[in-house]
Write a protein that binds this ligand. Structure first.
Ligand code: NAD
Ligand code: TDX
Length: 350
């Protein structure tokens, strides 16, 4: 029996993790803690909200008193920590909220866990879900290994790198049993349309310009979100204590190529003439300090835990496009209000 606290479970990846754990582990109580920021959306987990082994709690990981009370009240036995500010562009315009949530929030959780678990530390796991961006930016060659030195380049990645360091410091200093995973770019249903793929899908659908940063030559390694959730399950249950696992899709794409692929898929779906959506591609000012290439070597998780991606990329992209087109209400709800202001400011739309 575990009382598992999952933070950020109303967000993109967190919602897929919560769903997987609620459905798969009926003997666990899953407590989903989320502040419901602009990125958190309870519609993402509507299908499991009435499950007997599930509870949603709205709250802030930075509120130390509240977090300590939650650990005590719910007798939290383990943590999978995903709550974060997650968008690189927002970290450039508002770095302090990234320091607050990603660094201070993570330390707040670590502190509560070490305090509440100190009598029997070996019965508890604190698992931090992190990103490949902590390793910095690659040239044309090479891959990120678990041993690659940290070299974060954006306020977002610096805040995630910092939180990873704090997790390791709590393992070393307070003997907390920790695990960390560093994953590549996720895609799939429920991703907030500030990130590349849902933003492009939404704009193609609405015949709006497709803002490609710089020349679109930057490279990302894409993984279907459900495969990331499976990796998190495997690492939580089978990963070695104190270790890091890199998770990736073995699937590198230049931004411009992935946008063109999307245009082709959506022309077919929307019954548009071939090449129609690609006319919307617009090259815009590059992101400041834009990392050139991310590529994960995921051999360790494959060799040690037997995990590998289950979906071919084209199949995953088709599923993703279908999902967004079949859920116009979801898109409409998350693109109203605050998001519109953010979009106008970032892309200087009149
Ligand atoms: P997301 O932005 O979609 O979701 C983040 C969630 O955290 C939201 O539900 C939000 O409400 C919640 N949250 C934010 N601040 C909070 C606070 N102070 N207290 C409680 N909850 C708060 O993010 P995502 O893309 O699902 O990423 C989840 C995690 O995975 C993050 O830690 C991110 O760094 C990491 N990650 C993401 C990717 C990716 O491609 N999206 C890749 C690798 C790692
Ligand atoms: O409008 C856009 N145009 C564009 O060219 C946007 C939003 C992005 N881009 C480019 C920038 C990146 O090279 O596309 C690439 C992907 O951008 P994002 O979707 O913003 O993701 P990225 O910056 O790579 O970071 C993502 O992967 C690692 C997630 O947002 C992080 O949370 C995760 O840790």
């Amino acid at each position: 029996m575990k009382n598992l606290l999952i933070t950020g479970g109303a967000g993109f990846i967190g919602s897929h993790v919560v769903r997987l754990f609620v459905n798969k582990y009926s003997n666990y109580k899953i407590i989903n803690l989320d502040l419901l920021t602009y990125a958190g959306n309870l519609e993402n987990i509507k299908d499991i909200e009435n499950a007997d082994n599930y509870k949603f709690v709205k709250g802030d990981i930075c509120d130390a008193e509240f977090i300590l009370e939650l650990f005590q009240k719910e007798n939290i036995t383990d943590v999978i920590h995903l709550a974060a500010e997650s968008h690189v562009d927002r970290s450039i315009s508002d770095p302090f909220s990234f320091v607050k949530t990603n660094v201070f929030g993570t330390v707040t959780l670590l502190n509560a866990a070490a305090k509440c678990w100190k009598k029997n530390l070996s019965n508890h796991i604190f698992y931090h879900v992190s990103t490949d961006e902590v390793y910095g930016s690659l040239g044309e060659e090479g891959f990120f290994l678990e041993s690659t030195p940290y070299d974060p380049q954006s306020p977002y990645s610096a805040s995630k790198a910092s939180s990873d360091h704090f997790v390791r410091a709590w393992a070393n200093t307070y003997n907390l049993q920790v695990k960390i995973s560093n994953c590549s770019n996720n895609y799939g249903p429920n991703q907030f349309p500030e990130k590349l793929l849902p933003l492009m899908i939404n704009n193609i659908k609405n015949n709006k310009p497709l803002p490609v940063y710089g020349q679109g030559e930057n490279i990302r390694d894409w993984l279907f979100v459900v495969d990331h959730a499976r990796a998190i399950d495997d690492i939580f249950h089978m990963g070695n204590i104190g270790e890091t696992y890199n998770v990736g899709g073995f699937n590198e794409w230049k931004n411009i190529d992935i946008v063109k692929l999307l245009c082709t898929l959506m022309d077919k779906k929307l019954g548009r003439p071939e090449g129609e959506s690609a006319k919307l591609i617009t090259y815009v000012t590059d992101r400041a300090g834009h990392d050139h290439r991310y590529a994960i070597d995921a051999s360790k998780i494959k060799n040690e835990l037997g995990w590998e991606p289950s979906l071919q990329f084209e199949e995953g992209m088709k599923k993703t496009v279908d999902w967004y087109l079949e859920h116009p209400n979801w898109l409409e709800h998350v693109t109203s209000g605050q998001y519109k202001d953010y979009y106008k400011k970032t892309y200087l739309v009149k």
